[in-house]
Design a protein around this ligand. Structure first.
Ligand code: NAD
Length: 312
């Protein structure tokens, strides 16, 4: 199969591209390198089944079909980026998604949208289920990302209904692992980088708010299963094991054998209090559930960050 991965130089996109090339597919990665890194593609660049196109997904796409699958992952991701680049974030969700959907409809490709648990905002259900319509502040600091993804979901569904496009919507919950950037503002890479450097780990509020974390190879497997299924979604993909941010910080400090202390700061605006997916649907329609225990995933992530530190 010939596959387009937008955002393919990023953390998740490069791991997905690794898997697709290993499975024997031809992969075209499109990325503007706003947060993606060429080093993520170092091994893929040696494959004759891999091609890289540096471009912005909101512009006319400089790639020619046909494609059998389009995975649309290109988007600014971390809160610091939404705050700094709110228009680019909204445009990636709206115009970028529209361009990818047009291409998918033209080629008859299966289109997989990397949506997010953030569409639930401060959710009405716990754990979150797909029928929860979410509760999002449309003008808050997180709104460019949350509303951009909500629009992207609406657009994908509209292309399915009106143009018969084969869309699949993945609601991705926090995913972590090697190749996350230490400076990207997300909780695990921040904690890991700080623990390794012996610097304080920042915890906002009292640390009681919860998250659930899925290891990257489990998430890649879920995305591939979704693309190959006939289920349009949306489907929650994530690890249902919940952990408080404070416990996570202590766990990482212990695993890293670090002397870092925990530093409490004021709570972040619009930060959801609890986040945990109900994955009954993914279990049923994809036969999927995460298999990597958090301790093991964190150990692999710590190893990767240590290696990167040695190389830099
Ligand atoms: P990432 O920042 O590592 O990857 C995003 C990639 O998209 C980067 O390579 C970046 O350069 C590229 N990009 C951004 N804007 C672009 C544009 N306009 N045109 C072309 N390329 C662009 O982040 P990630 O964690 O790998 O996230 C990948 C996708 O998964 C995103 O859509 C994100 O919203 C979604 N997601 C991730 C998580 C997670 O926990 N990792 C959770 C929910 C959803």
């Amino acid at each position: 199969m010939r596959v387009l991965v937008t955002g393919g130089a990023g953390f998740l996109g490069s791991a997905l591209s690794d898997r697709l090339v290993a499975d024997g597919h031809e992969v075209v990665c499109l990325d503007n390198f706003s947060t993606g890194r060429r080093s993520n593609l170092a091994a893929l660049a040696r494959s004759d089944r891999f091609a890289l196109v540096q471009a912005d997904v909101v512009d006319a796409l400089p790639v020619a079909g046909p494609f059998d699958r389009i995975y649309h992952l290109a988007s600014p991701v971390t809160c610091s980026h939404h705050a700094a680049r709110p228009i680019a974030t909204l445009r990636a969700g709206a115009e970028g998604t529209r361009r990818c959907l047009d291409l998918a409809a033209e080629c008859g490709a299966v289109f997989v949208l990397a949506s997010t648990s953030e569409i639930y905002g401060e959710p009405l259900t716990h754990p979150q289920i797909e029928t929860d319509p979410g509760r999002v502040n449309p003008i808050g600091p997180r709104s460019p990302y949350d509303e951009g993804k909500r629009f992207a979901e609406a657009l994908a569904v509209a292309y399915g209904r009106e143009r018969g496009a084969a869309v699949r919507i993945a609601r991705i919950f926090n995913t972590y692992g090697p190749r996350m950037r230490p400076d990207d503002g997300r909780v695990i890479p921040t904690f890991v980088a700080r623990a390794l450097a012996g610097r304080p780990l920042p915890v906002f509020g009292d640390g009681a708010c919860t998250r659930s974390f899925c290891y990257v190879s489990d998430m890649v497997d879920a995305l591939v299963r979704l693309a190959e299924s006939s289920y349009a979604g949306p489907v929650n993909l994530g690890n249902p094991e919940e952990v408080s941010v404070l416990d996570l910080a202590s766990e990482i400090v212990a695993l890293a054998a670090s002397k870092s202390r925990i530093e409490f700061g004021p709570p972040l605006p619009d930060d959801p209090v609890r986040r945990r997916p109900d994955i009954a649907l993914a279990r049923r329609v994809l036969g999927w559930q995460p298999t990597t225990p958090r301790r093991e995933g964190l150990r692999l992530t710590l190893d990767h960050f240590r290696k990167e530190e040695t190389l830099s």
